[in-house]
Write a protein of this length. Structure first.
Length: 83
């Protein structure tokens, strides 16, 4: 029978381990629960960072193309439909 979870070992500085233990205690969670929550939050952080990068690149491309606002976007859509 296989175990539904996997044991993970990591090496961190002693002060980081103390901080982790203290946070788990303060949150009333065990270390596994805290780690899973930290991983979930980190994933959201990464997705947000990636979205912001895409948005910045899109904004820069729009500026280079001379698109200033939604009126420009609507005009370009109409032009594309007529072509």
């Amino acid at each position: 029978m296989t175990r539904p979870s996997k044991i993970l070992s990591v090496s961190v500085p002693a002060d980081t381990a103390r901080d982790f233990d203290q946070i788990a205690h303060q949150e009333g969670r065990n270390k596994s629960e805290l780690f899973r929550e930290m991983l979930r939050v980190y994933r959201v952080h990464r997705e947000t960072r990636e979205f912001e990068l895409i948005q910045r690149n899109g904004n820069a491309a729009a500026r280079r193309a001379g698109i200033r606002d939604e009126n420009d976007v609507e005009r370009l859509i109409e032009e594309a439909r007529r072509a």
